[in-house]
Design a protein around this ligand. Sequence first.
Ligand SMILES: NC(=O)c1ccc[n+]([C@@H]2O[C@H](COP(=O)([O-])OP(=O)(O)OC[C@H]3O[C@@H](n4cnc5c(N)ncnc54)[C@H](OP(=O)(O)O)[C@@H]3O)[C@@H](O)[C@H]2O)c1
Length: 298
Amino acid sequence: MKAKYVALVTGGTGFTGSRLIEKLVADDWSVHAIVRPNSDLALLEKNIKQIKLHVHDGSTSDLVKIVADAKPDVVFHLAALVLAQHAPKDVEALLQSNLVFSTQLAEAMVENGVGNMVNTGTFWQHYENREYAPTCLYAATKQAFEAVLQYYVDVKSLTVITLKLFDSYGSDDPRQKLFTMLRNAGKATQPLLMSPGEQLIDLVHIDDVVEAFVVAARHLLGGGVNGHQCYAVSSGNPLPLKEVVRTYEKVTGVKLPIQWGGRPYREREVMLPWNQGTLLPDWRPRISLIEGIKTIIK
Ligand SMILES: NC(=O)c1ccc[n+]([C@@H]2O[C@H](COP(=O)([O-])OP(=O)(O)OC[C@H]3O[C@@H](n4cnc5c(N)ncnc54)[C@H](OP(=O)(O)O)[C@@H]3O)[C@@H](O)[C@H]2O)c1
């Protein structure tokens, strides 16, 4: 029997990827991570000694060598440039991270006979609950990679589960997301200008998100996955932004200086998150919003 499964993780220096690596190490996986020459390794600090880092020079040939060295049972592909709104200067970087690097990875996998990938999508690919309607260019690049993957699945027998993530949150989140803004607002003297706040938000705690990646890997390793399957990693209980903030105030006991309607909704604001996806089999979120908020204010 195989002693350990081997994971190759992209995006390991990010919020979700670093937590996934922590979980894989704790579950006794042998973990390899791909980083860039200038990656900030701060979030990986805790596990850096237990994993093998590969610094990718940007070329396909280097990625082929990295995959050959790691020989992973599962590739967890989380690397992405995440931009809710972009400017003309961002176009190349978006395509480089979300399409070129991703395609290089798929190519390197088939070149080495590595067949299992957990890919990461976003509910932003499904504006107004449509089959495909990107809320932003970033979401369009995610969709573009799924289209590329179809080639590797149909012609090169890659097996893929794409997890469509919603809004994640958790302790020590360096990203400028909702709870970081709320925490800062609690210390600020100026009011925090927010949209009217009627949009629904589907929040999933990072521990539940990470568990979804592990469950998806288990499905792939179990051999029951054919081709490319897409699943939602949803709380199943989206709440209006105003209610999320009220819950945060209740748990923290701090009334926040928020000016609702102080700024307009953003272009293509998602008022109703995608609810047409199939939930990942054998996975359910376990951490309630109240319990989740407690983990971030500790
Ligand atoms: N978090 C959410 O709420 C959410 C919602 C929907 C979907 N997602 C998806 O979940 C995944 C993780 O998101 P996150 O919020 O954890 O991201 P994050 O914290 O912004 O981290 C992004 C990661 O991607 C890496 N990366 C970017 N471009 C790369 C490239 N060209 N080559 C190699 N690595 C590259 C970054 O590495 P460097 O350190 O080198 O910059 C970093 O490790 C992404 O695929 C994102 O699209 C997240």
